[in-house]
Design a protein around this ligand. Structure first.
Ligand SMILES: Cc1ncc(COP(=O)(O)O)c(C=O)c1O
Length: 503
């Protein structure tokens, strides 16, 4: 695919206009320039399905079935980095020369707040029902609490129903369910699912979806390469073109669903209510299930920006085909607690998921703790969220300040835990091999990042950098990684970079 012109938005807090970050291009302009390439889009979307192999694949085991071998041999693009990271994790005192992880989307800024709240006496509670088998969709008390929580924080016009909430411990994974005439399924992270056959997804996107689909299913993702700066409108236009060309068919499979993350991962983009309605209308017109992943909804750290959940819409265009995911991992900085939720009015789907619930149920005691936490509005609204926002904002501004000083363009967005940085100008040639060698170079310099191809980005040279970590880690990551790597890539003088202020 011919990519749209390189463009990175700037903002008030951003680099001055003489830096590359100032080349703002409006969504509409980019959308227009992208449209004529839609034929190539389809070719591209098939090519990018194959995740490049980065490490030696283990030879097949005689003890495993074909399916077992295929799962064991599956290697994600970033796996080699995480294997090395696992063996050599940075630690302030025990391993100060270890690898800094700026690749995993985790919020490490609020442990003190969480520790204080999670060790309060109300968290320590045991009763028989918590130790026994329960409703696999989650205990009623927690589903009610989640429904109230979402009603409040998503500004739902009417109280959301606890019966539409399904809770699972099984995040980042999917399964299959056969409902009516479709092979449904696909339950990702915060508990979703959907449609076997094929799913439309704009790229770049949270790459674990690709891995999970491969491990759990034969569902295919139909990529719609949107580059990094276009809006939702392009998704709609491009999808229409694709439908005209393919008649809903992709590699012989019927496209049944479309996934959108809001706020987006990795772009950290937030879509407006108008854009979301347009998206939902588009899905309805084409009888597509709309899977909306709002797992970052409370990470918006700029007070002037409001996030609008799909659950705040008065009347959803196609409620039976609209499914919203949320979870504790990002908004509550608790990726280790493993709770995901799915909100859907579709009873068939809820019932089908419940059949799988026994594999993915959440422990009773964890459900109790999460319910206690979610009902503590005082703590959430007056302590945790304001402080979390404040810390995210400071960390974001620190990292983006450093990128700015180094002349590295990036998308300046007001949410999430990461920045999508544009290192294209440092690549000797515009290829994914070169991007991978830059990623490896970062790794050699003890920083693990995520490169664009892990998100199926159609243009080489973009990297996602996590900023939700202590400043001294970001600082270490910076001096070790950017300076030496970019120097290795012969674009910066190390003297210049080392002299950047590390406030
Ligand atoms: C968009 C998106 N959805 C879901 C998840 C998975 O979250 P969990 O840790 O709850 O599985 C992630 C994690 O990075 C994500 O970025």
């Amino acid at each position: 695919m011919t990519t749209a012109a390189p463009s990175v938005s700037s903002s008030l807090s951003q680099p001055p206009s003489d830096t590359p970050t100032a080349q703002a291009v409006s969504t509409q302009e980019t959308a227009k320039s992208t449209l004529p390439t839609s034929v190539k889009v389809c070719e591209m979307s098939q090519n990018v399905l194959a995740t490049p192999k980065v490490a030696e694949t283990p030879s097949p085991s005689v003890y495993l079935s074909n399916r077992g071998n295929s799962i064991r041999q599956h290697q994600g693009i970033l796996q080699e980095g995480y294997v090395q990271y696992g063996m050599d994790k940075y630690h302030d005192t025990d391993n100060p020369d270890g690898i800094i992880n700026m690749g995993t989307s985790e919020n490490k800024l609020c442990y003190d707040l969480l520790h204080k709240r999670m060790t309060k006496p109300d968290m320590l509670h045991i009763d028989p029902s918590l130790l026994q088998y329960s409703d696999w969709r989650g205990h009623t008390f927690l589903r009610e609490e989640v429904a109230k929580f979402l009603t409040h924080y998503c500004c739902s016009p009417n109280p959301l129903k606890s019966d539409n909430v399904s809770l699972y411990a099984f995040v980042q994974k999917e399964s299959f369910i056969l409902t009516r005439r479709y092979m449904y399924a696909y339950w990702m992270s915060c508990g979703v699912f959907l449609v076997v056959d094929a799913i439309l997804i704009p790229t770049p996107f949270y790459g674990v979806i690709t891995e999970d689909l491969h491990l759990y299913s034969d569902v295919k993702l139909f990529h719609i390469p949107l580059d990094c700066e276009v809006g939702i409108q392009s998704l709609i236009y491009l999808s229409l073109y694709i439908f005209l060309q393919t008649g809903h068919l992709f590699q012989g499979l019927i496209i049944r669903a479309v996934i959108l993350m809001n706020p987006h991962n990795p772009l950290a983009e937030i879509y407006t209510p108008e854009e979301m309605i347009a998206f939902l209308e588009f899905a309805k017109r084409n009888e597509l299930h709309a899977i909306v992943d709002e797992v970052y909804m409370l990470t918006v750290f700029d007070e002037s920006v409001t996030f609008h959940s799909v659950l705040s819409v008065d009347s959803l265009p196609d409620p039976q085909r609209t499914h919203i995911m949320w979870g504790m991992s990002k908004d509550f900085a608790m990726a280790g607690i493993r709770i995901g939720t799915l909100y859907t009015e579709n009873r068939d789907l809820v019932e089908a998921l419940a059949q799988l619930g026994s594999f993915h149920g959440i422990s009773g005691t964890t459900q109790h703790q999460v319910a206690q936490l979610l009902q503590d509005r005082e703590w959430i609204s007056k302590e945790f969220l304001p402080e979390n926002r404040c810390r995210l904002k400071a960390a974001h501004s620190y990292l983006t300040g450093e990128l700015h000083d180094m002349g590295v363009p990036y998308l300046d967005r007001p949410a999430a835990l990461y920045v999508w940085a544009d290192l294209r100008k440092y690549l000797k040639e515009s290829s994914f091999e070169e991007e991978l060698s830059m990623w490896r170079c970062f790794l050699r310099h003890k920083v693990v990042l995520s490169c664009g191809q892990a998100f199926s980005c159609s243009t080489p040279g973009w990297f996602r950098i996590i900023f939700a970590d202590q400043q001294h880690h970001l600082q270490l990551g910076k001096s070790e990684c950017y300076v030496r790597t970019l120097h290795t890539f012969e674009l910066f003088s190390p003297t210049h970079l080392f002299s950047c202020s590390l406030s």
